[in-house]
Ligand binder design. Structure first.
Ligand code: PHE
Length: 504
């Protein structure tokens, strides 16, 4: 019988044992597992062997798990130190025991978190006792860790509850792998006895084969489209961009039109139109990025006068203004926008696309920039879902109803509202949602009804309700991740970005 070269060697190698795995064959032949799998499936197709797939679990120590094999589990070290300090005879100060244990930093928290759970003793109001009957040498988790390190235990032999604990403590991982077991059939055995030879098939078309014309005479190896191949990830839209698109779809569906405008803008549009006094703390470099560029020249003169007047003297019979300094120089300074409410000001003033007659609904999903400290929930650049509705007689109920309708489309139905303060809205509300994994209440937006001091200078004489919602926070609630840096920056969770899709 004639077979391609790899099939001959695989068949011969497989005949050496009763049943052998693809991994073992690949090792023995020094071939890539993909190549061996290809040959194995070909041989199975020709009836010379059978393939059985078996999914196996392994239990592997993590780096942290390995450290504890060396140094002992933190709670065990704490127990030994506690007994040493006489805590099996009466409560001893926690600080003293921790000091004597040599535990530091995170290990202290870990020790304390597991101490009582594992029956080593109790911890109460800064004191610690040690149960004299506890046996640290028989610690179930420590025993399994040590056995894993020595290769003395199989995945299946570990007690389920211990395994669960070790997994939740990140001391072990349980990767799954699929193994293919190969057994020769009777036909395979006969074929080998009668003798198999390498057939001359060509696996790769080369320039030489083409130019020499030899390609016409050779036999090509057949393609095996079922062979394992390396996983390739194609390019795709980033999950944040997908969410932004979905948000746009939802808002357009709710009758909103999209706004656009500059990322770097005059403080006038970012702050002054919003009745933010020029000495407001949010206007300092602590909060916003000022740009070292020439001041913005083309501000609408009449609007500037009306805004200045609102700041100095207030609006309406009861209005009083701020009586604090106001200069056009400050208003012309250019910043990276800290919110997209600057766009709302440009549109409401008629500066973006002419006077607007109520009713109107506008939105944007755009980037904003703040001089924040980077952490699990804060980025220096993030996307804001800005929006406003201009109509006669709007109330807080309209505002809440709009949010309820909007967030429902993302499966978020447990919104909470908290009264808040903004210089430009009255009343104002912060919005919160519940994190699906941690149950924590997460701030997701800020909103309100624009004050007279904002609207009158802009020339708007009906009500406008408005908001700025955080796109990244919406994504955290819909996808349940806890650190914004999982989707942004150098620490991203590539697996998540590759596989996650936003459902439209
Ligand atoms: N500008 C506010 C913020 O960035 C959001 C907001 C917009 C609040 C409009 C009220 C009205 O937090």
């Amino acid at each position: 019988m004639q077979l391609p070269g790899t099939q001959v060697s695989v068949l011969e190698a497989a005949s050496a044992t009763d049943a052998t795995s693809v991994t073992a064959l690949a090792d023995e032949l020094g071939e890539k597992p993909e190549t061996v799998v290809g040959a194995v499936f070909e041989l199975a197709d020709s009836g010379l062997l059978t393939v059985e797939e078996r999914t196996e679990e392994r239990v592997e120590l993590t780096d942290e798990g390995e450290t504890y094999v060396e140094s002992g589990l933190p709670e065990v070290r704490l127990y030994r130190a506690a007994v040493e300090a006489g805590a099996d005879d009466g409560a001893v100060s926690m600080g003293q025991v921790i000091g004597a244990s040599g535990l530091e930093g995170g290990a202290v928290d870990i020790a304390l978190a597991n101490y009582a759970r594992k029956g080593y003793g109790s911890i109460e109001s800064g004191e610690l006792t040690a149960d004299p009957d506890a046996d640290p040498d028989a610690d179930g988790e420590a025993t399994v860790l040590a056995a894993l390190a020595d290769g003395r235990v199989d995945a299946g032999d570990i007690e389920a509850s211990v395994r669960e604990q070790l997994v939740s403590r990140d001391l072990v991982t349980v990767p799954e792998s699929t193994e293919r077991l190969v057994t020769l059939t009777d036909e395979g055995v006969t074929a080998l006895m009668e003798g198999v030879e390498e057939s001359e098939t060509v696996g790769q078309l080369t320039p030489e084969l083409l130019t020499s014309g030899e390609w016409q005479d050779v036999e090509f190896t057949e393609y095996n489209v079922e062979a394992d191949a390396e996983t390739r990830y194609g390019g795709k839209k980033h999950i944040l961009r997908q969410t932004a698109d979905r948000v746009k779809d939802v808002l357009v569906g709710m009758g909103f039109q999209e706004m656009e405008g500059p990322h770097a803008d005059a403080e006038f549009w970012i702050n002054d139109c919003l009745f933010m006094p020029q000495d407001h703390p949010a206007r300092t470099h602590w909060d916003q990025f000022a740009l070292d560029v020439p001041p913005m020249q083309d501000l609408p003169a009449e609007l500037v006068d009306r805004v200045e007047d609102a700041h100095r003297n207030g609006v309406g019979a009861d209005g009083d203004g701020y009586h604090s300094p106001w200069t056009e120089d400050v208003a012309r300074g250019v910043d990276l926008r800290g919110h997209t409410t600057s766009l709302s000001m440009r549109y409401l003033s008629g500066h973006a696309q002419g006077e607007l007659e109520p009713p109107q609904r506008y939105f944007s999903v755009e980037k904003v920039y703040r001089n924040d400290t980077l952490d699990a929930t804060h980025l220096l650049e993030f996307f804001q879902i800005e929006g406003w509705v201009m109509a006669e007689d709007l109330s807080v109920r309209d505002l809440m109803g709009t949010f309820t309708e909007f967030y429902e489309q993302f499966g978020i139905t447990d919104l909470q509202f908290k009264p808040h303060y903004n210089p430009y809205t009255e009343p104002s509300f912060e919005l919160f949602g519940e994190h699906p994994e941690t149950g924590e209440i997460v701030e997701i937006g800020n909103s309100g009804i624009f004050r007279e001091e904002v609207l009158r200078p802009l020339g708007v004489d009906c009500d406008v309700m408005a908001w700025g919602l955080a796109l990244e926070r919406l994504l955290m609630l819909t996808h349940g991740f806890e650190d914004i840096r999982d989707v942004h920056g150098t620490l991203v969770d590539l697996d998540f970005l590759r596989t996650e899709e936003v459902v439209h």
